[in-house]
Design a protein around this ligand. Sequence first.
Ligand code: AMP
Length: 284
Amino acid sequence: MQIAKTITEIRACVSQARAAGKTVGFVPTMGALHVGHVSLIKAAAERCDFVVVSIFVNPTQFGPGEDFEKYPRPLDKDLAICEESGVDAVFAPSPAEMYPRQNLTWVTVEKVSEPLCGRFRPGHFRGVATVCAKLFNVVGPNAAFFGQKDAQQVAVIQRMVADLNMPLEIVVCPTVREPDGLATSSRNQYLSPQERKDATVIYRALQRSAELIREGKAAAAEITRYMGEVLRQVPALRIEYVSIVDAESLDDLRRVEGKVLVAVAARLGSTRLIDNIVVDATAK
Ligand code: AMP
């Protein structure tokens, strides 16, 4: 496995693979790798000949007072996971390598960046879209692999790629969960043992919404009210949003029709957790 710290080095790795006729799959991450990330790596290896993983805690997607400083950075462990998972090259740049000067060029994806997490993390998706555009330009992959866990991120990146005619495919992979339903996340390690137990209520609320939709309930407000009842079983949970939106446009829905995204964001102590499911209301 090759480890590149600079843009010049990763470009050389990818050029070599390309010269050997290989297709390139790319998995952007912020490190602290877990089984969710590994599932993306496996999906990339199935579809592409050469797999590149980036490990970069992107400062421009963190707001003031968020966890940029304390975000875990276990680089050696991450490299071991990449090696075991069959990654061909890791790109682990420093912030100065990615942002060598004041950044004046930003990618703003309007509308889809605005609801849900956009309301609580102003500037977050501008940072995400900008760093992904930069990474796509640096790596030049045929396909990039993203997790459904971050549904709004997927919607933003898909729209950016479509609107800017970026020459790559975006592949979305299912959310990987712990046996008790909690979506795996690098931030789960912030949770105390009690908070870790309490966190399972989020997936229980999402499952409740799927049941209600299958039973034929179609009023979004009624479904989110029932979900709120489940979530309030954990008094320590501070709900940011419980929303039912169109799975592609992320437009708010009053009635559940077609493919919908049911999404939750909540805080337990200082940890912010997000999760979602996609439910097809037509497939009863
Ligand atoms: P992050 O390192 O948190 O920025 O995530 C990097 C990529 O891994 C993103 O595309 C995430 O959506 C994806 N990811 C994170 N957690 C999961 C999970 N539990 N299941 C599937 N993909 C995930």
